[in-house]
Design a binder for this molecule. Structure first.
Ligand code: MLT
Length: 422
């Protein structure tokens, strides 16, 4: 009989968003009369259609695939050069950052890569065999935690849901949801800015402190910038590589899901600079770029040509203008949520450089209890903060990915719930 990966059995709950969907389905079945009123502000899934430039590029690519002269079979395992070049020129050069196209690895999204990166790092419990000491901020995008559990990098979860062996860095109101580096060393740390779920955003000095810490301790920063294009302040770092020295200590994950509306199309990319290295069991320093390349060429043929042509179109002048309009729309929603919920008496954080608004629950009310109340009383689905970690307890997240009409309805409905306010 096949042996299973027992580490999966340590996972304390289903993945957060399917779990929320399950609860909402259950509620809808029990309340068919009000099921149609539900407004979903839980998972950060885009609502607006694909930009016209993307659709046109994908149509053209489909036609190429229908013609023997231009048909393409297997693509390069790390992505087509046309897209890697467009990214280097479009996302990095304008900010004075030198990333070579060859350091860009196309993928089906940053969620996938945040998990897959563990393929090239030592796995196993940090105590005992002493693999990697791994740090995560709390609250956190659950993928970072769950993939480490699955890979066997943790012990079991404790009563507070925290897994033995992970180092949790508390992101709180007091530190602006941007915890500073720890005093001691770690081997790997996950950072996400603009932050999911709190909507917080790090400044240049804060990121410089992290890079200096990583260099001091020979640590690797896994930097997730899935929400990069939502940063409204040009002075804030849009890439960790804007910080001197980051090329030696950071891998960066990007997504087209939220800026280009690709949650259903699937495309993103990861930057693995040639200068970043890890340590082998024999103590030697080994560059990660060849390992990551090898991983891709063995495990994948990358995403469809048609999809990569669609992503390339995001960098065309039309694509840029259409993407900017999408982001303006969602950030306009975030502004309305912040203002409307504050006017209604809620204490609200985030939403300035991210499409997520992080709201304090009424004193003494847990975040799952608040989730249940909002669903039951006003049919608004949010994400309970506790689903993102112990420090998320006492908060709920409202996604700004929605139509303007729905956002206005959410503000009106929550404003009418006088007793739910903090
Ligand atoms: C979220 O809601 O946190 C994200 O949409 C989830 C994801 O990107 O996988």
């Amino acid at each position: 009989m096949a042996r299973i990966n027992d580490h999966y059995r340590k996972l304390t709950a289903g993945y957060l968003f399917p779990e929320i969907a399950r609860r909402v389905d259950h509620w809808q079945q029990a309340h068919p009369d009000r099921a149609g009123r539900i407004i979903r502000c839980g998972i950060g899934d885009v609502t607006e259609p694909l930009p016209a430039a993307v659709r046109a590029a994908m149509h053209r690519a489909i036609d190429e695939m229908g013609d023997r002269a231009t048909f393409r079979g297997y693509g390069p395992p790390t992505g087509y050069d046309f897209l890697r070049r467009a990214i280097a020129e479009g996302d990095f050069a304008p900010r004075g950052v030198n990333v070579d196209p060859d350091e860009i690895f196309i993928s089906d999204g940053s969620k996938t890569d945040c998990g897959a990166i563990l393929d090239i790092l030592a796995c196993g419990p940090a105590d005992g065999g002493r693999a990697n000491r791994i740090g995560i901020t709390d609250p956190v995008y659950p993928v970072y935690v769950d993939t480490n559990v699955m890979a066997g990098n943790t012990g079991p979860a404790g009563p507070d849901g925290r897994y033995a062996g992970l180092v949790y860095l508390d992101a709180t109101v007091e530190n602006g949801f941007t915890p500073p580096p720890p005093d001691g060393p770690l081997d790997v740390v996950y950072l996400c800015y603009p932050n999911n779920p709190t909507g917080g955003m790090i400044d240049r000095a804060g990121l410089e402190a992290w890079v200096a810490w990583a260099r001091r301790h020979d640590a690797l920063i896994l930097y997730d910038v899935a929400y990069r294009d939502f940063i409204r302040d040009p002075a804030r770092p849009h890439s960790i590589y804007e910080i001197d020295g980051a090329r030696t200590c950071a891998i960066e994950f990007h997504s087209f899901s939220k800026n280009g509306g690709f949650t259903g199309v699937r495309c993103g990319y990861t930057v693995c600079p040639r200068d970043v290295a890890g340590r082998s069991a024999d103590g030697s320093h080994v560059p990660l770029h060849p390992l990551w390349t090898r991983r891709w060429s063995t495990k994948s043929n990358n995403v469809a040509y048609v999809v990569q042509r669609g992503a390339e179109a995001l960098y065309s002048p039309e694509g840029r203008a259409q993407t900017a309009a999408l982001i303006d729309h969602y950030m306009g929603n975030a502004r309305r949520l912040i203002d409307g919920l504050r006017d209604a008496g809620f204490t609200v954080h985030g939403g300035e450089h991210a499409p997520y608004v992080w709201v304090e629950c009424p004193p003494g009310t847990g975040s799952w209890a608040t989730f249940d109340r909002l669903l039951d009383e006003v049919q608004v689905v949010v994400t309970p903060g506790a689903g993102f970690g112990r420090c998320g307890e006492g908060f709920f997240r409202v996604s700004a990915f929605n139509s303007r009409a729905n956002v206005d309805a959410v503000v009106n409905r929550l404003s009418a719930m006088s007793t739910v306010r903090a």
